[in-house]
Write a new protein. Structure first.
Length: 164
């Protein structure tokens, strides 16, 4: 087993305040989706602010929320994101969030036991925005193996389309 885990952050720009009627369904599903993540095979850790989620943390602006977590590997995160009840919420994201012109998600490897900081995540997001996918900051479309992967390990490209 690898000595590394997969960290991820994704951000979303709100169309309305979290306490507005427009975002009620999103907010009402937060605990359920977070519990689903925590019960998923390969889940390691997730960022929490005030309460049971990270919606109180706004390092990217007052109208941008963050979600950050750590997983065993790319496959475990992909299974949760695209093959679980999480998909039903992703399908509705345009109801609650505006389209972002820049990358809004990044993956990177961290040593096992490390809980990434928001500063670290912001640096990785900026790296993928400025350089595209690299072994230090990547996405599902061009995922890189853990640093301690067997010699000759190749990128993990998931070319299938997002079900949402």
């Amino acid at each position: 087993m690898s000595n590394y885990r997969l960290a991820q952050i994704n951000i979303a720009k709100l169309k309305a305040p979290l306490d507005s009627p427009e975002l009620r369904d999103f907010v009402d599903n937060l605990d359920r989706i977070n519990a689903l993540a925590e019960g998923s095979d390969g889940f390691v850790w997730r960022l929490k602010g005030e309460g049971n989620d990270a919606t109180s943390l706004r390092p990217f602006g007052d109208d941008v929320i963050v979600n950050m977590s750590v997983w065993r590997d790319v496959e475990a995160l992909k299974d949760f994101a695209y093959r679980s009840g999480h998909v039903e919420i992703m399908r509705r994201r345009r109801e609650w969030f505006t389209r972002m012109a820049e990358a809004y998600m990044v993956l990177w490897w961290v040593p096992a036991g490390h809980e990434p900081t928001l500063e670290e995540a912001a640096q990785r997001l900026e790296r993928v925005r400025s350089q595209g996918p690299t072994p230090e900051a990547f996405n599902f479309g061009e995922a890189f193996p853990a640093p301690d992967a067997a010699a000759g390990a190749t990128k993990l490209s998931f070319n299938d389309t997002c079900p949402a």
